[in-house]
Design a protein around this ligand. Structure first.
Ligand code: GDP
Length: 327
């Protein structure tokens, strides 16, 4: 049952996990009434957001993301920090079963009272899912979480969307698999703030170190995106909890370097501006395709294109010209 706005606002501010979960459910709802309520709540909570470390993690299935987040998140909670983990799983809609819904993932963190784990909804467009993740992140910040970890599977285009909403984007790799095999595109390396070769343990230590050097060399060929930060390539063992602290140190150093130079606040501002543009793009598309006139006109135009009575260019221009009348 939907409660009044103040119930959600007060509950989130008090750090009440049940109310937090209910608020996220409202954010994820596709009902217009729920979305309007969620917007009001987020607007009221906005002054309390922005204080967390926003961390994005990507990597192909099997790279060790959940094992890493379990070890890393547990370490942070032992340092007294409160950690929220939001997981985007773009594959779940198609495969039917969500790999992120797997109960064995992050077993310890799931029962840790300083941690909060929330998988993102498994349906909808990536833009929709990511949009809800961004709003969920804000609500978690208002609830007092110190670190927000957004996990995304390194396939498709979700990585760059996540990279544009976090302060620090970590790409988790494994040795012995070529870039192609890992599905890691150059674009992902370009938005990485750190690359971590996981599973550097047992008889894999040498291979991991070799991979580390290779990535470091590859990174040298890329233009550094920031004059204030050199992207480190690190190794770790999420399973044996080796090298995990160094990764947190890198996150802290990055924040210091970017804050000192003023880049940090500029980055957050740019992200907000980018987000505004993104929402407008999404909204325009929705509004356009849902307009009765557009819906009525599209089938006829498609027919004309198929019969080669009209070119796609002319048909698209005609459809878009409907915008002139709708405004
Ligand atoms: P995800 O799909 O990226 O979330 O990967 P998982 O965390 O589920 O890990 C996939 C497999 O790799 C599991 O069998 C893990 O136990 C194993 N794994 C994860 N991290 C490490 C590590 O640091 N060392 C070793 N040896 N195995 C690991």
């Amino acid at each position: 049952m939907v409660k009044d706005t103040q119930y959600y606002i007060d509950g989130v501010i008090a750090g009440d996990r049940l109310v937090l979960a209910r608020t996220i459910t409202l954010i994820e709802s596709s009902l217009a009434g729920h979305q309007a309520l969620a917007r009001t709540i987020i607007d009221s909570l906005l002054p309390r957001t922005g204080n967390a470390v926003r961390l994005g993690i990507t990597g192909v299935p099997g790279a060790g993301k959940s094992t890493f987040i379990e070890s890393f998140g547990t370490m942070l909670t032992e340092m007294g920090l409160r950690v929220a983990v939001l997981a985007i799983d773009p594959s779940s809609g198609r495969s039917g079963g969500s790999i992120l819904g797997d109960k064995t993932r992050m077993e310890k963190l799931a029962v840790n009272d300083k941690a909060f784990i929330r998988p993102s909804p498994s349906s909808g467009t990536l833009g929709g899912v990511a949009g809800k993740t961004r709003e969920t992140m804000l609500v978690c910040e208002a609830a007092g979480f110190d670190v927000i970890i957004i996990e995304t599977v390194g396939v498709g285009q979700s990585e760059t969307t996540v990279a544009s909403m976090v302060d620090f984007f970590l790409v988790l790799m494994i040795a012995g698999a070529g870039d192609e095999l890992q599905g890691i595109k150059k674009g992902v390396l370009e938005v990485a703030d750190a690359i971590v070769i996981n599973k550097a343990d047992r008889d894999n230590v040498g291979k991991a170190e070799l991979a580390r050097k290779e990535y470091q060399a590859a990174l040298h060929l890329l233009m550094p995106y920031s004059p204030n930060w050199t992207v480190p390539v690190l190794t770790c063992s999420a399973l044996e909890k080796v090298g995990i602290e160094e990764i947190w140190q890198a996150v802290e150093e990055h924040r210091r370097a970017l804050t000192d130079s003023g880049e940090f606040y500029q980055k957050r501002k740019d992200q907000a501006r980018q987000w505004f543009g993104f929402l407008l793009d999404e909204g325009l598309k929705d509004w356009f395709y849902n307009s009765a006139k557009v819906k009525k006109t599209i089938p006829g135009l498609l027919g004309e294109i198929e019969q080669e009575h009209t070119s796609p260019t002319v048909a698209a221009a005609r459809l878009l010209s409907l915008l002139d009348d709708t405004v």
